[in-house]
Structure formats: structure tokens, C-alpha cells
Design a protein around this ligand. Structure first.
Ligand SMILES: *Cc1c(COP(=O)(O)O)cnc(C)c1O
Length: 455
């Protein structure tokens, strides 16, 4: 008998039989799946184990820190120390997508520019910075450095930095999470260690070292970097390990985005309700960022919002985990998929089990996108909208076309959505990072993108 690889007691061939899309995923074909198990928000939100009150608390904590943030990061002072990004309508990009994919795209296309979030230039400036602040506040309140009704800008002092210097923070990252936690942690005074996966870009490591952060480079991928970070932190009682795979704090920090988006839609005169649905396309790595944002969106907009996750063809960990029901018991490598992608922020082979299980009945669907297409869209975005993104951040851009090309019938049947309603929909591609990419590196991305556009 030949020595066959078994996954949860089944051969890959048997998995392909029972789950037909696995063949396409393994062949690295762009694939989409709309989960038939999705349920109304009211029914499925309790799966998460967190609620609206938890998100409000996170939001209030960020507000308490706002005077400190405004003081330490002057680029946020205009917004009163709020770390937030703009939304932008993208009609030219929509026309270009229509042409590229050869289909009509009824409805409006918008972008959420987390690429331009202050401090660390990616979606990680939400969850990562929030968890550092949560931890700092807990320590400061417990040890009498701070009272909850103080003006937190008093943390800009030698006394305060000397206090935090006694504590350590560790994290495993593909780059952007480390950048967010490293910059915020070091600013407060913490000793921060970032365990970087092999995918992490050199400039991200350099930038962290310039902030006095200890960067440990791992030859292996993200999951291995996390394991190593967790192990080292476990031996040190003064060290807080930020667990990207399981952290509720990170998740809540991301979730705060939704109430702010609600205000932005109101200011822009955009209605979101059953007759004007909102489709949101979220690039997914381990799942915490998109999962937390989607949780907030479901709380804020209920069944009027439809969340779809986007992953590279080489790293479809959440797609595979939810589709097989194996969640974090399976990695893309188990199926022979290599987890090697230009989308460094999404280069994750094993998804968060917490997010996969908590959110599976709230996420409409998942699709994969090739690296070549990510580059092509990067160049398209720069040409049509003048916005420069990193490859990971482009994964959500074709979402509108992917849904309208392949899934119109699904929305018709499963959600009873009339074509006239679909024509009134708003589609939001979450552009998750890129404004801090160094000029030379961005020029390379754009030239690769231009080549991909011509091909
Ligand atoms: C980390 C990251 C994501 C995805 O977030 P996860 O929490 O890993 O799922 C998306 N885009 C960019 C640019 C990122 O850095």
C-alpha cells in the first residue's frame, strides 16, 4: 500500500471528492465559495462571545488615549488623536474593472483607505495599537500611575516611560502587526520584541530597529514565528505576548472601525439598509483584522452588510479552514499549497481558529486571487485613482466583480435580493496598507504591476 498523506483521517483525493473546490484551491486557481451556512446577524452574532458593549468599551478606551496619541503623533492631532482613515468613491477604478473583467458592474464602488491610517500605515494600526494601549492602561491603573479620568497625555513623561520600561511586549508578525505594536509599544516605553516571519520586508525590520525594537528574524513562516514568540514570552512573567491567532483585544480594536464607518457613510449621504445593501471586501491573513472589522460591521449594519474575505491563491487558509470545517486543525501546507506569496501581509498558512469558528455564520463568502492579478490591480489603482497600495491591500479590489460575475444568483436565491436592489448596492474594498512603503520599493511594485496589466 502506498504511503498516503491523511488529513483528519481522509486522503487528499477523498477531500477533493467530498469538497469539490479543494481541487481548484490545490491547483492554485482563483476560486470563490459562498457559505450556505450563513445565518441572519441576530442568530449568528452570539457565536462570537463578544458583544456591542465590548466594542463600546474599546472605543471609549481609544478616546481616553486620544490626547496622548495626538501629542505623540502630531499627524493625528487634526483628528483629535483618533487613528482613522478616509473613505473614497472610486468611479474610475470601477470603469477600469468593468473593462478588465468584461462585465457590467451595477452599484457604486468605494475604498476604505486603511493604507493611509496614521502611525503605521496599515489596518494593523487598529488592532495592534489598541491592544498595546489596553495593556498599558491595565498596568498603569493597577500600579497607580494613572486614574481613569486623568488626561492621558500625562503618559508623555520620563516617570511613565521608566515605569513601562520594566515590562516587555512580544509578538509574531509578517510585518505590519509588528510595525504597529513596535512603534506604539516603544513610544510608551515598553521593551518590545517582534518575531518576524521570512516574508517580512526589510524596510519594516529597519524601521522597527530605528525605534529601538528588538527584531528577531525567523527563516520560517508566520505560524512558526508566532510559536517562537509565544514560547519565549511564556518564560517571562513581565512579558505580554500579543496573540494574533486568539486575541480578543486585537479583535475588538479592529471592530471599532465599523461605528466610525457608519458616521462616514452618513456624512457622505450614503444609505445602508435592506434596499441599499453594503458589500465589504476584506483581505484576510490570519483573520483577526478582517474578522474584527466584519464583527463590528455586523453589529452596526446587521443583515444589510455582506462581508467577503479575500486571500492569495497560495495562502487560502481561512477559505480552507471554514470550507473543510477543520479551522486551525488544517494548514494550506497540509494540502500541498506552499504559502509563498507577494502579499506578505496575507502570507499565513493556518487561520485563527477563534475567528474562523466565531465568524463562520456571519461571513458570506471567500475568494482567492493570484499574485499576478494583485500586481495588475496595484498598477490599475495607481493609474486610475492615484492611490499606492501594497500587494496585500489589493486583494479586496476585484471583490465587486467577483460577486457580480459569479454570485448574483446566490444573492438572488439565498438572500432574496432583487436585481434592482443589487443596482443600488454600495461595494467597499478595504485597502489595508501601503502608504509607508518606501519609494524605491513602491516603484518596483508599480512596474511589476504594469507588466502584469500588459500580460
Ligand atoms: C495583516 C494584514 C491583513 C490581514 O489581517 P489579518 O488579521 O492577518 O487577517 C490585510 N492586509 C494587510 C496589509 C495586512 O498587513
Amino acid at each position: 500500500m502506498k504511503n498516503e498523506i491523511m488529513i483528519a483521517g481522509k486522503s487528499i483525493e477523498a477531500w477533493k471528492q467530498s469538497h469539490p473546490l479543494i481541487g481548484d484551491l490545490v491547483a492554485l486557481k482563483e476560486t470563490e465559495w459562498f457559505n450556505p451556512a450563513v445565518r441572519p446577524a441576530e442568530e449568528a452574532l452570539p457565536d462570537v462571545g463578544l458583544n456591542e458593549k465590548n466594542v463600546r468599551e474599546a472605543s471609549a478606551r481609544l478616546a481616553r488615549f486620544a490626547p496622548y496619541i495626538a501629542r505623540m503623533f502630531p499627524q493625528t492631532a487634526g483628528a483629535g488623536g483618533s487613528i482613522e482613515s478616509p473613505i473614497r468613491s472610486a468611479p474610475r477604478l470601477k470603469l477600469a474593472l468593468q473593462q478588465r473583467y468584461g462585465i457590467a458592474l451595477p452599484g457604486h464602488l468605494w475604498l476604505k483607505l486603511d493604507s493611509h491610517l496614521p502611525i503605521s500605515g496599515s489596518i494593523k494600526a487598529r488592532g495592534g495599537i489598541y491592544e498595546v494601549l489596553q495593556h498599558a492602561e491595565e498596568l498603569a491603573l493597577k500600579n497607580g500611575l494613572l486614574k481613569i479620568d486623568d488626561d492621558y497625555s500625562k503618559l508623555d513623561s520620563e516617570t511613565s516611560r521608566a515605569f513601562f520600561r520594566r515590562y516587555r511586549i512580544a509578538v509574531g508578525s509578517t510585518g505590519n502587526l509588528g510595525l504597529s505594536i513596535g512603534i506604539m509599544g516603544a513610544t510608551l516605553g515598553f521593551q518590545v520584541t517582534v518575531h518576524m516571519s521570512a516574508d517580512a520586508r526589510q524596510w519594516k525590520k529597519d524601521k522597527l530597529r530605528a525605534h529601538g525594537v528588538t527584531v528577531i528574524e525567523h527563516a520560517a513562516d508566520y505560524s512558526a514565528a508566532v510559536v517562537e514568540g509565544r514560547k519565549q514570552a511564556a518564560q517571562d512573567p513581565a512579558c505580554h505576548f500579543i496573540d494574533d491567532e486568539n486575541s480578543k483585544h486585537l479583535f475588538l480594536g479592529y471592530a471599532v472601525a465599523a461605528e466610525r464607518l457608519k458616521t462616514q457613510w452618513t456624512e457622505a449621504g450614503i444609505v445602508v439598509d435592506a434596499e441599499h445593501p453594503l458589500f465589504v471586501y476584506l483581505p484576510c491573513g490570519v483573520g483577526g483584522g478582517p474578522g474584527g472589522v466584519a464583527f463590528g460591521l455586523k453589529l452596526a449594519f446587521g443583515d444589510a452588510v455582506h462581508c467577503i474575505f479575500a486571500e492569495p491563491t497560495h495562502s487560502p487558509c481561512m477559505f480552507l479552514g471554514v470550507y473543510t470545517g477543520l479551522h486551525d486543525d488544517v494548514s494550506v501546507q497540509d494540502f500541498g499549497i506552499d504559502n509563498v506569496t507577494a502579499a506578505d501581509g496575507l502570507a499565513v498558512g493556518r487561520a485563527s481558529g477563534f475567528v474562523g469558528k466565531a465568524m463562520q455564520r456571519l461571513i458570506d463568502g471567500y475568494y482567492t486571487i493570484s499574485d499576478t492579478e494583485l500586481y495588475a490591480l496595484l498598477a490599475l489603482m495607481e493609474r486610475e485613482e492615484g492611490i499606492r497600495l501594497e500587494p496585500s491591500a489589493c486583494a479586496g479590489i476585484p471583490g465587486m466583480a467577483r460577486v457580480l460575475a459569479h454570485a448574483q444568483n446566490i444573492y438572488r436565491q439565498r438572500f432574496n435580493m432583487h436585481p434592482a436592489t443589487l443596482a443600488k448596492a454600495t461595494h467597499l474594498a478595504w485597502a489595508t496598507g501601503g502608504s509607508m512603503v518606501p519609494e524605491e520599493e513602491m516603484a518596483l511594485y508599480v512596474s511589476k504591476g504594469k507588466m502584469a496589466l500588459k500580460a
